[in-house]
Design a protein around this ligand. Structure first.
Ligand code: AMP
Ligand code: TRP
Length: 323
């Protein structure tokens, strides 16, 4: 049986990129008999200095979305990162197995450091992510493409620790979605779709209505040609729409091109919008139907499971370190 770990930040509303890049895979993995940990990584979100008054609400809403998306709760432990202090402890230990230069070379660090105030948290972020993954000795990490580099670093850190102290950690593998694991903004297809509130028309949120979704797709930025063809260089907007359609329908880019050959961009946009609305609507209605008390009691029970697994690993690590 494999151990799976993945995380999501409670920094805003869950969006289509989260579903197609990560959460759909989490659902699949939870339906085969893995031991799954899905963590709301509030410590990571501190790098963006989020509003403390909204933290608890955002954490709960994220958990609710994960359940509504269909994660099989029988095989999964869903919990909040900061409640298991071993994440931060292991992160400190592992920071001694990572070069500053490696952290400075991370694309996400280069992209975000000046925007977020150039603090050390954004630099050491991937070490905390490494600790998240290794604290439960995960073998598989289902994440979107934007996290590939971080996972490579995780593997290197785990190998270095193992070389010094014996075979403690499995070397984790990245699990990717079937197609299209980096969704781009509908308005700025050169940027990835994200939770950030400054691009609400470029992002499809889990609670968008059908009308909002269709409107966002209708106004999505494409190009001046009129050919539905996958070309990430010359046709970023159309390629993104092809990615979305193929991911939800489970078909290849070529099959999408064939299906829409001769169609106008306008028709294609509406069809993709309708497909997305059909995908999002049941998740949002399930979200609304979930009972808050039940979620809280699930979180409490799951926290005990996460704590006991993390404590076991930390005990072993501390023993090896002689502390
Ligand atoms: P975040 O919202 O940054 O906490 O990301 C949670 C998960 O969603 C991670 O596995 C990310 O790789 C994935 N993800 C976030 N944004 C996108 C995107 N635009 N396309 C694909 N996957 C994404
Ligand atoms: N860094 C991830 C993101 O920004 C979130 C994350 C934190 C994560 N810890 C993790 C993902 C561990 C997978 C495994 O999306």
């Amino acid at each position: 049986m494999k151990t799976v770990f993945s995380g999501i930040q409670p920094t805003g509303k869950v969006h289509l990129g989260n579903f197609l890049g990560a959460i759909n895979n989490w659902v699949d993995m939870s339906n085969i008999k893995n031991k799954n940990y899905f963590c709301v990584v509030d410590l990571h979100s501190l790098t963006t200095h989020p509003d403390p008054k909204k933290m608890e609400e955002n954490i709960l809403s994220t958990v609710r979305v994960l359940i509504a998306a269909g994660i099989n709760l029988d095989n999964s432990t869903i919990y909040t990162q900061s409640k298991v202090s071993e994440h931060a402890q292991l992160s400190w230990v592992l920071s001694n197995f990572c070069q500053i230069g490696e952290l400075q070379r991370m694309t996400q660090f280069k992209e975000k450091s000046s925007e977020l105030g150039n603090h050390a948290g954004i630099l050491t972020y991937p070490i905390l992510m490494t600790a998240d993954i290794l604290i439960h000795k995960a073998n598989e990490v289902p994440v979107g493409d934007d996290q590939t580099q971080h996972l490579e670093l995780t593997r290197n850190i785990a190998e270095r620790f193992n070389n010094k102290y014996g075979n403690v950690f499995p070397i984790p593998e990245k699990t990717s979605g079937k197609v299209g694991t980096r969704l781009m903004s509908l308005r700025h297809p050169e940027n990835k779709m994200s939770k950030s509130a400054d691009d609400i028309n470029g992002t499809i949120y889990f609670d968008d209505s059908r009308d909002q979704i269709i409107k966002k797709f209708k106004s999505s930025v494409t190009d001046s040609e009129d050919e539905i063809r996958y070309d990430l260089e010359a046709k970023k907007g159309i390629s993104n729409l092809i990615d979305i359609f193929s991911s939800i329908k489970g078909i290849t880019h070529k099959e999408v091109e064939k299906k829409f050959s001769g169609s106008k961009y306008g028709e294609f946009k509406i069809e993709v919008g309708e497909t997305v609305a059909e995908y999002i609507e049941p998740i949002f209605s399930k979200y609304k139907s979930l009972n808050e008390k039940e979620i809280l009691s699930l979180l409490k029970a799951n926290l005990d499971i996460a704590k006991s697994s993390a404590k076991e690993t930390m005990k072993e690590v501390n023993g090896l370190l002689g502390i």
